[in-house]
Design a protein around this ligand. Structure first.
Ligand SMILES: [Zn+2]
Length: 264
């Protein structure tokens, strides 16, 4: 295996500051690691929030946590993914947004590994932190131990697969927690990416009607291609809005409501 000496990445030095390209050295993956050449990363809304300084982000910051990539090399001991499928160089994979320091109460007892003390996330660290390549806005990424890797089936395109580990995973968890069942009605506030996934997954779980609320007309139109049966503008007259929602959700309104607009 011959690696290039360096891999490039785009970093920013302060909130709202410009991005610049920097290179950091590459090394073979250590035991338990996987070195990936990134194929695609999204700009998640939370990347934008971090860059805008709405939440803390160390600088020089390397963003991008919805990532897929091709395996360049496997570190010692890594042979299969979280499902038991074999892993080898060239395989296209996704992986968990976060990695945890080890077995702990939050992961083992509460089944909330993402809340473990000492959790770290891809695309959330300073580029100066070794092994430097740990975000989507770069050419390479080291997947470190205590991450979860999934080999991607060919049926998914890159664009479909890239948001799996954040946007899709979030809405799978939300619709499970909301226990949306066959025949129910669901109201979704906010028709951005999370709202679209929420609508699609609610329908896949058997919801008979999904109502979406968003003040953006373009988003409302698009949502109707993703399982929303009725898209309404929340700024319309309140009684008319309630009348329309209740008209589709007899007898007593929506069985479940999902809030993903994020506006206070
Ligand atoms: Zn995200």
């Amino acid at each position: 295996m011959t690696l290039p000496a360096n891999g490039r990445m785009a970093v920013y030095d302060q909130p709202n500051g410009p991005f610049r390209l920097v290179g950091y050295p590459l090394r073979p993956p250590a035991a338990g690691e996987v070195l990936v050449r990134n194929r695609m990363a999204t700009i998640c809304r939370s990347d934008i929030h971090t860059w805008q300084g709405h939440r803390p982000g160390p600088c020089p910051g390397l963003l991008g946590h919805e990532i897929i990539g091709d395996i360049v090399a496997l570190g010692e001991g890594v042979t299969e993914d979280m499902r038991g499928d074999s892993l080898g160089p060239g395989d296209r994979i996704t992986w968990s947004e976060y990695f945890i320091p080890g077995s702990n109460y939050f992961s083992d007892v509460l089944d909330l590994p993402q809340k473990s003390r000492g959790v770290d996330k891809y695309g959330h660290m300073a580029a100066t932190t070794a092994p430097h390549h740990h975000g989507g806005f770069g050419e390479y990424c080291y997947i470190v131990p205590r991450s979860w890797i999934l080999r991607l089936p060919d049926v998914l395109t890159d664009a479909e697969a890239t948001p799996l580990n954040c946007g899709v995973a979030t809405m799978i968890a939300v619709t499970e927690a909301a226990r949306i069942r066959i025949g129910q009605t669901v109201l979704i506030q906010g028709l951005g990416l999370l709202g679209l996934y929420g609508a699609s997954i609610a329908k896949a779980r058997g919801a008979r009607a999904v109502i979406g609320l968003d003040s953006n007309a373009e988003r409302r139109a698009r949502a109707c291609r993703f399982g929303v049966d009725l898209a309404l503008d929340p700024d319309m007259e309140k009684n008319a809005l309630l009348h329309q929602v209740h008209g589709l959700c007899r007898p007593e309104g929506p069985d479940g409501a999902i809030e993903v607009c994020g506006a206070t």
